[in-house]
Design a protein around this ligand. Structure first.
Ligand SMILES: CC(C)(COP(=O)(O)OP(=O)(O)OC[C@H]1O[C@@H](n2cnc3c(N)ncnc32)[C@H](O)[C@@H]1OP(=O)(O)O)[C@@H](O)C(=O)NCCC(=O)NCCS
Length: 176
């Protein structure tokens, strides 16, 4: 697949969800059957990186995608240094709900690019609607290792997943 790095909102009329394969059934199913519906009902937003050429005039293949949603977290689950300045009711965070790279594109730095694009997008949103951190619920230990590489720290266990976070202050250092 040939690439540019312009992520756009998922459009099922334009993007070929059916052939996306990142090697994880849960994420493949999400992009194929749930991502567009979740956008329609206002649960989350999915941004995709389309291939720059269409095969025989068809839909664009999806090289990578990320899905974001607003969420909240109890201050007690955050590290003391962050928690001590926060109120005793749930505080806003951004949830990086899904992120995946097509198997054909893995191992070429696109996972890193996708994560940076997601954080950059959330940083832009933060200018209008504040959050204290970005959280992610890791599918497996390999995902944990991937996010740890980019500064995410383990927060707690949530619904059988390891929840990791990166503070918005750290994200700010990347983009401001
Ligand atoms: C995890 C995933 C997004 C990584 O994408 P990728 O394009 O292969 O990653 P990159 O090529 O950008 O790799 C960036 C760095 O992370 C490392 N890395 C990649 N996958 C990793 C993994 N699973 N575990 C640990 N480190 C990983 C690479 O070695 C590389 O490090 P380097 O820069 O020091 O060489 C991709 O493998 C994927 O889509 N997996 C299936 C879906 C998934 O698990 N998503 C996360 C759900 S929470």
């Amino acid at each position: 697949m040939s690439l540019d790095y312009n992520f756009v909102e998922l459009d099922k009329a334009v993007h070929d969800r059916a052939v996306f394969d990142c090697g994880e059934v849960e994420l493949n199913t999400f992009i194929k059957t749930q991502a567009a519906r979740h956008m329609e009902v206002g649960i989350s937003r999915t941004m995709v990186l389309p291939a720059s050429v269409t095969p025989n005039g068809g839909k664009y293949s999806i090289c990578a995608f990320y899905t974001i949603a607003p969420s909240s977290i109890l201050r007690e689950t955050l590290p003391a240094a962050i928690a001590k300045k926060l109120p005793h009711y749930p505080v806003p965070v951004f949830l990086l709900a899904q992120m995946a790279v097509h198997t054909e594109c893995q191992g070429q730095g696109l996972g890193k690019v996708t994560l940076i694009k997601a954080l950059e997008y959330l940083w832009e949103i933060n200018a209008y609607m504040r959050a204290v951190a970005v959280i992610v619920d890791c599918l497996n230990t390999r995902a944990e290792q991937f996010y740890a590489k980019y500064g995410f720290e383990v927060l707690c266990h949530h619904n059988g997943r390891t929840r990791m976070f990166i503070s918005m202050k750290t994200v700010a250092q990347l983009f401001s």
